[in-house]
Ligand binder design. Structure first.
Ligand SMILES: [Zn+2]
Length: 178
């Protein structure tokens, strides 16, 4: 007889696997070993599923990125075509699929003749900001918007540039756009 270390029941040796029979102490009976094996197998399955899901999500994420990049370059091609055909920069902005704040910022700069000061931009985007604390927050938010807007203008023939520190922004034609 041997006592199973899982169910604590004393059972004949034949109830244990040969390798456990040889051990003087400890070991699971066949029934407990099978149950434990199922637990392990289930957790292993869950792990494998989770791992596969992780790879699948990552793959789909990358595919999403590729699709976004393709849409982005199609938008830019439409924009270049629009400018080549004599379209205005203001109308062309609509082709670049800008976010609402990006659009507002680009419109402020274009409507100011291609160059807007920092104050013009802050007033246009956030209204008059008499509180210096708010001004700092607005500039911080503006930095994020301009970072993305600069990329939206890459390969369009135009560049969204800052002429100097704290000097606002300009949209300038570059290369063969004109
Ligand atoms: Zn047992």
């Amino acid at each position: 007889m041997k006592r199973c270390s899982r169910c604590k029941i004393e059972k004949p040796l034949s109830e244990f696997s040969p390798s456990v029979q040889q051990r003087l102490v400890g070991g699971y009976c066949r029934k407990c070993a099978a149950a434990q094996n199922r637990v392990w197998h289930r957790s292993r399955c869950e792990y494998v599923h989770a791992r596969n899901r992780w790879y699948r999500d990552r793959r789909n994420g990358r595919r999403g990125e590729r699709e976004r990049a393709a849409a982005d370059s199609a938008n830019k091609a439409a924009f270049r075509e629009h400018i080549r055909n004599g379209g205005t920069l203001l109308d062309g902005l609509k082709l670049l699929q800008l976010g609402p704040v990006q659009m507002a910022l680009a419109e402020i700069v274009v409507k100011s003749g291609g160059s807007a000061s920092l104050d013009e931009i802050l007033n246009g985007l956030y209204g008059d900001q008499p509180n210096p604390d708010d001004r700092g927050r607005c500039i911080k938010a503006l930095k994020l918007v301009t970072f993305k807007l600069r990329r939206k203008f890459e390969n369009t023939g135009f560049a969204f540039v800052r002429p100097g520190y704290a000097m606002g922004w300009e949209i300038v034609a570059e290369g063969d756009a004109r």
